[in-house]
Write a protein that binds this ligand. Structure first.
Ligand code: ACO
Length: 347
């Protein structure tokens, strides 16, 4: 039964038959880039009225990496993309689409994907951006899966890149302690076997858009001396509201995606939640009744790197030899929009 949001397969026999025959899209390589400069909580103590203890207890973050002045989002994406291509021993000409998920584009137009295309010296393959807040990487996987399965693309280069430090108000202690910069890229293609995306669930609720947004710089409020004076070109966030919705929606999305895969939380080998706040991660893990060792976290070292957080976790697990063939990975994210999504994936 198709529901418009993945497949809910109630009947076990039918599910097992489909398991064997369903075409899958898999990640064939991963590349990440994290800028070298580190900003610690001790550094932040000198910038705003905060403390290492407050930041660790409330968010789980100890340090974050920041891009330097000369870098734009596409520079981070470019490096991650090159690493993903190298890992797969592919050239950009082997790819049919560049898809960048970001909320901090180099320019309003053209897309960051086109700047990446220029950097990669790619021939005239299509390139576009996808904006879905921190959920953008999972939305991108879902879009890429569909384009590959319907024959439009053979391989998609999906990059989640974010440079939030340049749209963060470094005088606002409620937001500046949270974010970091990074990019993660994957190459997606049809799987020769049962590995790959098993199911997904994705939703959004634009009625809550103004709880987390960038007020100025778009057509609603074009940049002006006044918007700059009021700091409206920086991230505006009602943190505790975001928190409540994130906990609720990430739990729902994970359970629904698992249901659509015909799996239960206990079948999950690795839970990879978007790294926004350790308390959101722990609350979601508890809702799914997952033991802490199955819940992957690296927020202490990177902070919230938005769309880059899930590929960064995946790459750490892969590079650490922790991903075994057949492992069930549950990816789960929530972000501006609000948007939320979960993907069940067989490694
Ligand atoms: N240091 C010290 N005190 C602080 C700081 C700080 N850095 N920031 C806020 N406070 C104070 C507040 O002023 C407030 O003080 P008051 O009680 O005197 O008014 C107190 O701490 C509590 O503030 P809350 O906002 O209620 O604190 P909360 O426990 O909710 O934690 C936080 C704030 C960390 C922002 C949390 O709400 C959170 O993580 N929310 C989710 C944010 C998020 O995930 N955003 C990204 C979404 S994904 C995307 O698309 C980018």
């Amino acid at each position: 039964m198709q529901t418009g949001q993945g497949y809910a397969i109630e009947d076990k026999t039918m599910r097992m038959t489909m398991e064997k025959t369903k075409r899958r899209v898999k990640i064939s390589s991963i590349g990440v880039y994290v800028p070298p400069k580190i900003l610690t909580n001790a550094d932040l103590e000198k910038m705003v009225d905060t403390s290492d203890e407050w930041i660790i207890t409330r968010t789980g973050i100890r340090e974050r990496h920041l891009a330097d002045e000369s870098q734009a989002t596409s520079d981070l994406c470019l490096e991650a993309a090159r690493r993903a291509l190298d890992q797969a021993s592919l050239k950009i000409d082997d790819v049919d689409l560049i898809l960048v998920a970001t909320s901090s584009p180099d320019t309003l137009f053209p897309s960051t994907a086109c700047w990446v295309q220029k950097g990669l010296e790619a021939t005239e393959i299509p390139a576009f951006d996808l904006s879905a807040g921190c959920t953008g990487f999972l939305y991108g996987m879902i879009v890429a899966e569909s384009l590959i399965l319907n024959g439009t693309c053979r391989r998609v280069l999906l990059i989640g890149g974010e440079l939030l430090s340049k749209i963060t108000n470094w005088k606002d202690r409620a937001t500046c302690v949270l974010f970091g910069d990074a990019a993660g890229a994957v190459i997606l293609e049809e799987s020769p076997d049962e590995s790959g995306i098993i199911s997904f669930f994705w939703q959004a609720d634009g009625r809550l858009a103004d709880l987390l947004y960038l007020p100025a710089g778009g057509t609603r409020r074009p940049a002006s001396e006044e918007t700059v004076r009021q700091g409206l070109h920086y991230i505006s966030m009602k943190g505790n509201e975001v928190f409540k919705h994130a906990v609720r929606r990430m739990g729902e999305a994970a359970l629904e995606a698992l249901k659509r895969a015909g799996l239960k939380p206990e079948d999950v080998t690795h839970f990879i939640p978007h790294q926004a706040n350790i308390r959101i991660i722990e609350a979601t893990g508890e809702r799914l009744k997952l033991p802490p060792e199955k819940v992957y976290t690296n927020i202490d070292r990177y902070g919230n790197v938005s769309v880059a957080s899930i590929p960064l976790c995946l790459e750490e697990l892969r590079a650490g030899g922790k991903l075994k063939k057949g492992d069930i990975i549950l990816m789960d994210a929530f972000g501006a929009g609000f948007t939320w999504a979960a993907i069940v994936y067989r490694w």
